[in-house]
Design a protein around this ligand. Structure first.
Ligand code: NAD
Length: 322
């Protein structure tokens, strides 16, 4: 294997910190960059730079050499409680667009040609995801565009930006659309957590026989992908000639009520579910893996129950360590 020098942007975040660990086990030289260190364990990166990539000068300093590969995962990000309330729209768009503009320009200036960009299933039109049993997320269905959040619009714009640099400036950027990634060392409290972590926390904290609250009627559907499979897919895409955009997600779709039931089984608890109003996002969403199967001859196959079991145990330990 040829060892590479690699930059991971957003290395203090959930997926970025897992990605750095994986790259280090493969022997690569890794620089991580983020506005913060990872929250739950020390980064094994060879070099970890604290920098705000939305500031052009700080970003340019991080690109002080040509990298064999850059993984750009830095974004202003959160679950439904952060993305869908509308309260954070201006920050989400301003920060993330600025990061992507700066990263592309700095990469080009130092002779770096290959950037992995983490887009999102949130780019898909809301109108194709109204039926919880038959959501449409084939890659080509993204146009005509109508994402249901400003976060989704920003991701779509930035996809186009990375592709424009490919067309006009000879870059080899690769784009993945992640679908609901979860796992240990992800945000599990504080308002930016996503549904698997939020439900694990609520169920771990509830006394057996008690109750938990779920936003909406719980019949909305999603698929969830364990972080190790997400990292594997990202590396495979980056090592391929296929530039995407391509879904990286699971096709194991469940309703939120079913997910809650699965976590209760793992926890060994019987709880009543109370449905309350809250920010929801689209009615149904599942990953469509036809294109990744065709282009990479591979798709994520990590069982939801196995990933949830590991995540529940980790969140349970976090709560008990408080
Ligand atoms: P995360 O919030 O844990 O990680 C993002 C990191 O970016 C954070 O550590 C944050 O501090 C950093 N960041 C934000 N602004 C920055 C700035 N100005 N300069 C430097 N660093 C900055 O999120 P994550 O779940 O690890 O997601 C990683 C990427 O994948 C994001 O781009 C996200 O939009 C995308 N994505 C994630 C999911 C998911 O389910 N987790 C789904 C779709 C897409």
């Amino acid at each position: 294997m040829t060892y590479k020098n690699i930059l991971v942007c957003g290395a203090g975040g959930f997926i970025g910190s897992h990605l750095v660990k994986r790259l280090k086990t493969e022997g690569h030289w890794v620089r991580g960059v983020d506005v913060k260190h990872p929250e739950f364990s020390k980064s094994p990166a060879d070099d970890f730079v604290i920098a705000d990539l939305s500031r052009q000068i700080e970003c340019a300093k991080v690109f002080d050499r040509s990298f064999d590969a850059v993984y750009q995962l830095a974004a202003d990000m959160g679950g439904a409680g952060y993305i869908f309330t509308g309260d954070n729209d201006a920050n989400v768009m301003q920060n993330s667009v600025a990061i992507n503009l700066n990263v592309l320009e700095a990469a080009q200036n130092c002779g770096t040609h290959r950037i992995f960009y983490s887009s999102s299933a949130c780019v898909y039109p809301e109108g194709n995801q109204l039926d919880e049993n038959n959501p449409v997320t084939s890659e080509a269905s993204v146009y005509p565009a109508n994402p249901d959040s400003e976060y989704g619009w920003e991701k779509l714009f930035s996809e186009r930006l990375y592709m424009a640099y490919n067309r006009n400036n000879g870059m080899k950027n690769h784009i993945a659309r992640y679908h609901n990634i979860f796992g240990p060392e992800g945000t599990w409290c504080g308002g930016r957590e996503k549904v698997p972590a939020a439900l694990c926390r609520k169920i771990a904290e509830a006394a057996n026989g008690g109750s938990i609250e779920i936003w909406g009627d719980g019949k909305q559907t999603r698929s969830f992908l364990y972080v190790d499979a997400c990292v594997e897919g990202s590396l495979r895409l980056m090592d391929s000639d296929f530039e995407g955009p391509v879904n990286i997600g699971s096709e194991e779709m469940v309703s939120i009520n079913q997910l809650a039931g699965l976590i209760m089984d793992i926890a060994g608890k019987n709880l009543t579910v109370v449905h309350i109003p809250g920010p929801l996002g689209v009615r149904g969403r599942n990953s469509d893996n036809r294109l990744i199967r065709e282009k990479l001859g591979w798709e994520p196959d990590y069982r939801l129950a196995d990933g949830i079991e590991k995540t529940y145990r980790w969140i349970f330990d976090q709560i008990n360590a408080r």
